[in-house]
Design a protein around this ligand. Structure first.
Ligand SMILES: Nc1ncnc2c1ncn2[C@@H]1O[C@H](COP(=O)(O)OP(=O)(O)O)[C@@H](O)[C@H]1O
Ligand SMILES: Nc1ccn([C@@H]2O[C@H](COP(=O)(O)O)[C@@H](O)[C@H]2O)c(=O)n1
Length: 212
């Protein structure tokens, strides 16, 4: 197999990154794609108490084990499988188990701060920023975090105002300048998804691997 194509999808919390990743995944033959979430690479915090883990700033680049992520991306680009960490948002920590991810023709990496790292940017073939208004993102986050991440409304609002919002404008929004493509609204923007899928196919066709 030739070197995999690495696609990065970023944007603020609740912008629709995972939805875009899924839409691309569903538009291409499934066996050819692996999806990696930057969230899986939040640092292990087993040495901290539950109270300390709750107080951690999860929207700062230091929250991530970027060295491990870069090393795993390099392995996948060299067609080697990885043991991806798993993250549990309900306890703010990595799980003990890992999951094996095979190297495939297309690797999608999605996360809030992937374009902040020069080393990750260097590895990406296509860089996508999902651009969604802050009011829409916070509404989506409230619904998701209460339903899936075991959070109370008060804790979501407090974390958003004190940490998530300022970090977004300091670290995430400025990375828009590195994007090749900016998608307004995200996963249901069918025109944007079709254009990206056509670009992926054209790159793979040039490499001799015809997909659709
Ligand atoms: N274009 C959209 N319109 C309405 N809801 C959406 C849209 N895109 C995503 N969502 C919903 O918003 C929530 C957050 O989307 P998600 O893709 O997980 O965002 P992110 O990965 O950027 O945090 C999910 O519940 C998802 O179903
Ligand atoms: N223990 C944690 C870890 C992360 N977060 C928040 O997750 C957001 C990133 O994930 P998205 O799917 O929303 O992109 C980020 O804004 C962190 O604040 C958390 O709340 N708790």
């Amino acid at each position: 197999m030739s070197k995999p194509l690495l696609i990065g999808i970023t944007g603020g919390t609740g912008s629709g990154k995972s939805t875009v990743a899924r839409a691309i995944y569903e538009s291409l033959p499934k066996s050819n794609i692996s999806i990696i979430e930057q969230d899986s690479y939040y640092k292990d915090q087993s040495h901290l108490s539950s109270e300390e883990r709750i107080k951690t700033n999860y929207d700062h680049p230091f929250a991530f084990d970027t060295d491990l992520l870069v090393s795993h991306l390099k392995d996948l680009l060299n067609n080697k499988p990885i043991e991806k960490p798993l993250y549990d948002f309900t306890v703010h920590n990595r799980k003990k188990e890992t999951v094996r991810i095979e190297a495939r023709e297309i690797i999608i990496l999605e996360g809030i701060l992937i374009l902040d790292s020069p080393e990750i940017r260097e590895l990406l073939d296509i860089k996508i920023f999902v651009d969604t208004d802050a009011d829409v993102r916070i509404i989506r986050r409230i619904l998701r975090d209460m339903e899936e991440r075991g959070r109370s409304l008060d804790s979501i609002i407090k974390q958003y105002m004190e940490v998530v919002k300022p970090m977004h404008y300091e670290f995430i929004e400025p990375t828009k300048r590195y994007a090749d493509i900016i998608i307004p609204e995200g996963g249901y923007n069918r025109v944007a998804i079709d254009i990206i899928v056509a670009k992926i196919n054209s790159i793979l066709n040039t490499k001799g691997d015809f997909i659709r």
